[in-house]
Design a protein around this ligand. Sequence first.
Ligand code: DHB
Ligand code: FE
Length: 285
Amino acid sequence: MAKISASVYTSHVPAIGAAIDNGVTDEAYWQPLFKGYEYSKEWIKENMPDVVLLVYNDHATAFDSNFIPTFAMLTGEEFKPADEGWGPRPVPNVKGHPELASHLAQSLILDEFDLTVVNSVDVDHGLTVPLSLMFGQPEHWPVKVIPIAVNVVLYPVPTGNRCYALGKALKKAVETFDDDLNIQIWGTGGMSHQLQGPRAGLINKEFDNNFLDKLASEPEELARTPHLDYVRLAGSEGIELVMWLVARGAMDDNVIQKHRFYHVPASNTAVGHVILENGKQTEEL
Ligand code: DHB
Ligand code: FE
């Protein structure tokens, strides 16, 4: 049986990817940010999964106002890094897991989550920056990745509660896959930030720290946060945090927090990063 062993949560700012790609992570501006991921890069070496379910959002790169799925399962064999205006990032292609992804799609749809199935799409910084933060600059990504896209760009966007419920359905779906796979689920985006309009540059440390305080122990309370609160309190792009709730929903109720990090700013964003593990019973894998 496949099993989710751990979850990783991280912001996905494009400038972080550019800092890695251009070899400037040692600069004074970036040092404190990358220090927060040193533990994580060691932790992932010790806890290497077979497959990562990577919950991310596309930023009008592959999906736009012509068509935008609320939830999409990316079932392809391979995904190329997208050209977001400066050419594709110099990172490896992402290898998918079509068999598991198709199983997850079927299980979720039978569980009444009517998601979209997408086979071929290029993936933007929302997906590739978290991989770079956790794995650095390898020639090939060391894991297979099933991207799960959530619309947080074009309104109406799904509620945090719906995202949390999707996570619970994903946990069930994973546990009905026959192969013994060690799975992690990553929730990306956030924390507070707003990129446009009169409030551009908004950061809300109190909101973010409250979210970090409750992620492990009181996720239901976070799931009840109305989505307008994210926009009002955490800025128009703060709504990306609902993707963390998909990952948290897929974990056990009781989790062990291995790492917590918060840093302001990276570009226009408050960076948050957490690692949660499921309890002992997962060691029987
Ligand atoms: C920034 C942050 C994001 O989450 C994003 O998708 C794009 C830009 C930023 O802070 O620059
Ligand atoms: Fe974003």
